[in-house]
Design a protein around this ligand. Structure first.
Ligand code: FES
Length: 125
């Protein structure tokens, strides 16, 4: 059974979409179910100034992505890198045990997007 928060965000997720000229993009596919989450970030002064996501997945994956992007918005990159699935699951009011793996998608996609941004910065130098 999903929490009220999960159902709320599943029906009305925040930050859904794509950033065309993103500074970093990360995409993660769950090897078990095949679902994917893609995260797009804009970075200004070492902070996440814009963030969007696209998820092809279950209610837990969509609500996790919504809350992950909300938690990361405006944060320094170093703070956003410390986000964990445990923090996301807590903010969601918990997830059923067999849905915990779904919360990893957005957190990992965010970390990939930050890595991608850093790689692009190195190339630009
Ligand atoms: Fe695939 Fe939830 S069942 S992410």
């Amino acid at each position: 059974m999903y929490s009220k928060k999960v159902m709320q965000l599943f029906k009305n997720p925040k930050n859904v979409g794509e950033i065309k000229n993103a500074d970093g993009v990360g995409k993660i596919r769950n090897p078990v179910c095949g679902d994917t989450t893609e995260v797009f970030i804009k970075v200004k002064d070492n902070r996440i100034s814009g963030i969007k996501f696209k998820t092809l997945g279950c209610a837990a994956a969509i609500s996790s992505a919504s809350i992950t992007t909300e938690m990361a918005k405006g944060k320094k990159l170093s703070e956003a890198e410390k986000l964990t699935k445990e923090k996301v699951v807590k903010q969601l009011g918990g997830l059923p045990e067999n849905k915990i793996h779904c919360s990893v998608l957005a957190v990992d996609a965010l970390k990939e997007a930050i890595k991608d941004y850093k790689k692009r910065c190195l190339k630009a130098k």
